[in-house]
Design a protein around this ligand. Structure first.
Ligand code: GNR
Ligand code: NI
Length: 183
């Protein structure tokens, strides 16, 4: 078990298309454990493996409210097989774009086909936060970020800010840096 570093933009790895999982073995189990540990520590409600530099189609998620019992969920090789015509808007954030939030319009409802952590095929009809989060994470497995769904003006502005910061300080993860300073 280990907390892994989270990549942030402009890291080019975030643009990779991740490969499907073929074997449900101990390596996968270890990856999932590290992803949960990293996600809970961040903290975030979802994480795609590529965010810790692993280009495999693995997503962890926990949408339980703070102080409620944990609800860890795993989605492997997930794909959207149906999406609604009607849209909904949600203010999104991303652990790979720390402290930046913007409204994103996406299909309000989606059907997602995936494998659970035991490799069993499953399908979920999602609305609300689950629909938003699944689309956000599946985007990551395809090298897509939520800023790709906002205006070019806003996207260019945030990319420029993070590119400058990376050149200035190397490439630390700002949220983690901040946490370190507080202690
Ligand atoms: O923690 C996260 N919160 C969030 C809020 C609104 C929409 C999507 C998300 S996912 C994000 C964690 C993350 O970056 N997952 O890839
Ligand atoms: Ni994200």
């Amino acid at each position: 078990m280990a907390i892994r570093d989270i990549l942030s933009i402009p890291d080019k790895k975030l643009r990779l298309v991740s490969e499907p999982i073929k074997a449900f073995d101990g390596d996968l189990k270890a990856l999932i454990e590290d992803m949960f540990e990293t996600m809970y520590e961040a903290p975030g409600i979802g994480l795609a493996a590529i965010q810790i530099g692993v280009p495999l189609r693995v997503i962890t998620m926990d949408l339980a409210k703070k102080d409620d019992p944990k609800e860890p969920q795993v989605f492997i090789n997930a794909e959207v097989v149906w999406s609604s015509e009607d849209k909904s808007t949600y203010e999104e954030g991303c652990l790979s774009i720390p402290e930046y939030y913007e409204e994103v319009e996406r299909p309000a409802a989606v059907t997602v086909r995936y494998l659970d952590r035991d490799g069993k095929p499953r399908e979920v009809e999602a609305t609300g936060l689950l629909a938003t989060c699944l689309q956000h994470e599946i985007d990551h497995t395809n090298g897509v970020l939520f800023i790709d769904h906002i205006s070019k003006l806003k996207r260019d502005r945030v990319m420029k800010k993070f590119t400058k910061a990376a050149k200035r300080d190397g490439h630390p993860h700002p949220a983690r840096e901040k946490k370190a300073n507080v202690v």
